[in-house]
Design a protein around this ligand. Structure first.
Ligand SMILES: [Zn+2]
Ligand SMILES: [Zn+2]
Length: 242
């Protein structure tokens, strides 16, 4: 004869387990922290010379300070830095963070942004502190996911820097996914998608996002910030593709 566990007891047990079992690492699955030290150390980082505008890695030993593209057409965002390329451990972690219902991974992932922020400050003539501003999801996508990954990254980044984080940048238009689109199509898709709510922003804004691909989203978010009166826009992302 099977022993039946009363429903109230099994529900209570699973709730207790949820509360007391530490979450597994988002990349290796070992139980302990949201992203373990070994996996954080396994993330490939950008270390070499990089374009001072868009952050694109430049060939070793170069004397150039900008890539050809930025020399031809200076981007709206003054300077972007990313922790590393969108591949390997970092790619797995970002996918799990965004699509695996793991908002708890924001804190360890945000720690990866501290080095690129330091490089931004070092390469910039603009004095800190800056206003940290996440590049938001559209409210409908945020509701479906249950959280906004860039907002979580921004608040975890702002805390150790003792900078203020402002969530006044809004995505006012729902856009199609940018995946698979070229730069022109991405710009057309994202054009006018952002707006800053509230009074003018007098400072330099530091945009925060998870992945930069062509920079079209950052470009449009930066235009909205400049229209709201900010003096300069820089950006930091976890990963850069390609
Ligand atoms: Zn791990
Ligand atoms: Zn560049």
């Amino acid at each position: 004869m099977a022993y039946l566990i009363p429903r109230w007891l099994s529900d209570g047990a699973s709730t207790l387990l949820d509360v007391h079992l530490p979450s597994p690492c988002i990349t290796c699955g070992r139980t302990g922290t949201a992203m373990c030290v070994e996996c954080l150390e396994a993330v490939e980082r950008f270390r070499g010379p990089e374009c001072n505008s868009c952050g694109l890695p430049l060939s070793a030993g170069t004397t150039a300070v900008q890539c050809d593209e930025c020399r031809r057409a200076p981007p709206v965002v003054r300077s972007v830095r990313s922790a590393g390329p969108f591949e390997g451990t970092l790619r797995t972690a970002i996918h799990a963070f965004k699509d695996g219902d793991r908002p708890d991974a924001a804190s360890p992932l945000a720690s990866l942004l501290l080095v690129p922020v330091t490089r931004l400050i070092a390469g910039s003539s603009v004095t800190a502190p800056w206003t940290v501003m996440p590049v938001p999801l559209h409210p409908r996508r945020r509701a479906a996911r249950g959280y906004d990954q860039a907002s979580l990254l921004a608040s975890h980044l702002a805390r150790p820097l003792e900078w203020s984080a402002a969530t006044r940048l809004r995505r006012v238009r729902e856009t199609n996914p940018q995946v698979g689109l070229g730069l022109k199509a991405r710009l057309a898709n994202i054009n006018g998608a952002f707006h800053v709510e509230g009074p003018p922003i007098p400072d330099t804004v530091l945009l925060v996002d998870d992945v930069m691909t062509t920079g079209a989203t950052l470009d449009q978010a930066a235009r909205a910030c400049l229209a709201a009166g900010c003096t300069d826009v820089c950006a930091v992302t976890l990963a850069r593709e390609p």
